[in-house]
Write a protein that binds this ligand. Structure first.
Ligand SMILES: Nc1ncnc2c1ncn2[C@@H]1O[C@H](COP(=O)(O)OP(=O)(O)O)[C@@H](O)[C@H]1O
Ligand SMILES: [Mg+2]
Length: 268
């Protein structure tokens, strides 16, 4: 089991879209994936995956000593499971409630689940993808402490680059104080229109600073990618020739991701 945190301070930088489509692409390769929605806005779980609430909400698992196994729900894809977000996560995010274990809480929940009743999380799941809220808060720190890898979707515009610098600083703090083995797997440039000079320039600006950290694959701006989330269907599973190009882009990104983490191809 490897844990990926999808993190960027900026809202609208395609974190949830990336988490959703990477989860889809990994399940297409036969991996078992657990998508955790850590954003109280519930975009990934409610809007994109379209899953309902589990018997025990995630916030309760973080606040009380309950196994996270109770928070896992199925999705319409056999290999894709989810831990939905709930609105009470906001109180944790804003520091209004105390949680035992603080920044280490999610990490310990995921590890502890390994020993709980019949669910051996680390044996069952190949990948855990955590979708972070759009801020550098306690929930995001919990994700960075729980993760092996951090994936940063990037909006390459000027505001996006400032947010990116702050995000990278926050990740460095997580590495320094809590999780020295956390690795930035890469920056994924999203939502760009490669035909415009403005977007070409902003892409170059990100590549000039972050160099080989930036994935070669870029995710183009397209209404089809928006539609896929409306359909609650990752691009790789969308039917219709109009989606083919975007399915291929996400497959290519997934291959590049797997190559970077030293895994070739899929699971047989
Ligand atoms: N490649 C893309 N092309 C067009 N729209 C996109 C693309 N990626 C994301 N979006 C849209 O941008 C908005 C923000 O994306 P989202 O993934 O929810 O961002 P975040 O989770 O970082 O706040 C959504 O409306 C989403 O549909
Ligand atoms: Mg989001």
């Amino acid at each position: 089991m490897r844990v990926i945190s999808v993190t960027n301070l900026k809202g609208g930088s395609a974190k949830s879209t990336t988490a959703f489509n990477l989860a889809g692409a990994l399940t297409e390769l036969n991996y078992k994936v657990l998508a955790i929605d850590l954003d109280p806005q519930q975009t990934l779980s409610l809007s994109y995956l379209g899953v309902g609430q589990p018997s025990v909400p995630l916030s309760a698992v973080l606040m009380e000593d309950i196994s996270p196994a109770n928070t896992i729900v199925r999705t319409k894809y056999a290999n894709l499971f989810a831990i939905p977000a709930d609105q009470k996560l906001k109180a944790i995010k804003d520091g209004q409630v105390h949680i035992d274990g603080g920044e280490l809480r999610l990490r310990s929940c995921l590890r502890k689940a390994s020993q709980s009743n019949n669910v051996v999380l680390s044996e069952f799941f190949d990948w855990v993808i955590i979708d972070c809220p759009p801020s550098l808060d306690r929930l995001t720190m919990n994700a960075l402490v729980a993760a092996d890898l951090v994936l940063i979707p990037v909006d390459p515009g000027a505001g996006g680059r400032t947010a990116l610098a702050d995000t990278v600083k926050y990740i460095a703090a997580a590495q320094k104080w809590y999780n020295p083995t956390l690795r930035i797997v890469g920056l994924l440039i999203n939502n760009i229109n490669t035909n415009t000079v403005y977007d070409q320039t902003t892409e170059r600006a990100v590549r000039d600073i972050y160099r080989e950290k930036v994935f070669r694959t870029v995710i183009p701006s397209s209404v089809r990618i928006r539609e896929a989330t409306e359909l609650q269907t990752p691009a790789v599973y969308c039917e219709g020739s109009e989606y083919r190009r975007y399915a291929e882009v996400y497959r290519q990104f997934c291959q590049e991701f797997l190559f970077r983490v030293g895994v070739n191809g899929g699971k047989t």
